[in-house]
Write a protein that binds this ligand. Structure first.
Ligand code: SF4
Length: 367
């Protein structure tokens, strides 16, 4: 118990002096704290911060977010990836507006009932915004705890993960649980880093079992990764006489749901790009096309697979495009590319479709 108290005190003292001054740390507004937690998941603070600021400016209250059309939310999210998070954020805002009188539930248990709010986010919001004594375990905390307690089993093993939650639960204090949780995460982000942890500057150095054993840098251990599959795709760039391009909106469920894209599909085994494009355009748009020149060959990595997009110009020879797999189709001029959300893979070739001075790049994100 004495050690637990020492860990709490040292960590909180360190955080009091070293905490970064971040905009969401200056507020007690549960909505803004929740927003920051959703945006910063799987994203570095310096990358996520501009998104947080754009969201706060566009949707300063949970009601403003709930009332916004989904496309506006996806557009602001564009470039962050993991679009399910944006759709869940929006759905949760609507639930808070409709079922909770516009106020976030104030316990981790109730917060977890909202779409997209898991154990981590619920713990973070409940402890930081409402002072509930609940732990958080994210990637940074896992690393700190695995080193502090010298846990040599894979931290992504569900049983080990449960143990880490139990350790975190035992450590989190009744007073200032939110500060303590943030301190743990901050320590992992800035001192107990994956490579070359700065043990000399660590407030927990004296209690750290991995440091004592001289194995800090080799922890935590993870299970062996499977090889990431690769998909070869074809993408059709179809342009009308007035210069507008044909794009389709992906169904709301599933990967990249609700985003707009140039029509395309996977290459079948031993199929040429030309043959694949004719087949895909028939299946996806119900039209016959003539395949022209290649526009680009774009590589992009998602979490669970990599894709190569072989992008070709195509002309419709027969038929009127129909949304067979998209929820809707539209013709868009290059000047309007910046007004709809596209996946990152499409962003890589959009600048090739119009002279630079015709492109309105507002809102289009760099990779
Ligand atoms: S002493 Fe080193 S390994 Fe241990 S918690 Fe601190 S930074 Fe991490």
């Amino acid at each position: 118990m004495r050690e637990t108290e020492a860990i709490r005190k040292r960590l909180l003292d360190w955080f009091g002096e070293e905490a970064r001054d971040l905009p969401f740390r200056r507020t007690r507004d549960p909505y803004l704290i929740w927003l920051s937690e959703i945006i910063l998941q799987q994203t570095r603070v310096d990358q996520g911060l501009p998104y947080y600021e754009r969201f706060v400016a566009a949707f300063p209250t949970v009601k403003a977010l709930a009332d916004a059309p989904e496309e506006a939310v996806l557009k602001l999210w564009e470039g962050l990836g993991y679009y399910t998070r944006a759709r869940n954020l929006h759905a949760a805002a609507r639930e808070i507006r409709d079922r909770h009188d516009g106020k976030l539930p104030d316990t981790a248990r109730m917060l977890q009932m909202l779409p997209g709010v898991g154990r981590y986010t619920a713990g973070a919001v409940a402890s930081i915004a409402f002072g509930e004594r609940v732990p958080v375990v994210d990637g940074n905390v896992k690393r700190v705890l695995a080193r502090l307690r010298h846990i040599a089993d894979p931290v992504d093993d569900p049983a080990v993960e449960e143990d880490l939650w139990a350790i975190a639960e035992q450590l989190v204090p009744a007073r200032n649980p939110g500060e303590f949780n943030q301190a743990m995460m901050e320590l992992g982000a800035r001192v107990c880093t994956p490579r070359q942890p700065r043990c000399d500057a660590c407030p927990l150095a004296e209690m750290c079992a991995a440091r004592a054993a001289g194995v800090a840098e080799s922890l935590p251990v993870k299970r062996a990764k499977k090889e990431v599959p690769h998909r070869e795709m074809v993408t059709a760039v179809i342009q009308r006489d007035d210069g507008a391009y044909l794009i389709g909106r992906r169904p709301p469920e599933g990967m990249l749901g609700g985003l707009w894209e140039f029509p395309g599909g996977a290459l079948a085994p031993r199929e040429t790009h030309q043959k694949a494009l004719r087949r895909v355009c028939a299946e996806v748009l119900g039209v016959t096309v003539r395949v022209g020149g290649r526009v680009a060959c774009v590589r992009h990595a998602y979490t669970h697979f990599k894709v190569t997009l072989n992008v070709f110009r195509c002309c419709i020879e027969e038929g009127e495009p129909q949304a067979k797999e998209h929820t809707e189709l539209r013709w868009i001029s290059p000047q309007d590319f910046g007004t709809v959300p596209f996946p990152k893979g499409n962003h890589k070739f959009l600048p090739l479709l119009a002279p630079e001075d015709e492109l309105d790049l507002f809102g289009m994100m760099e990779d």
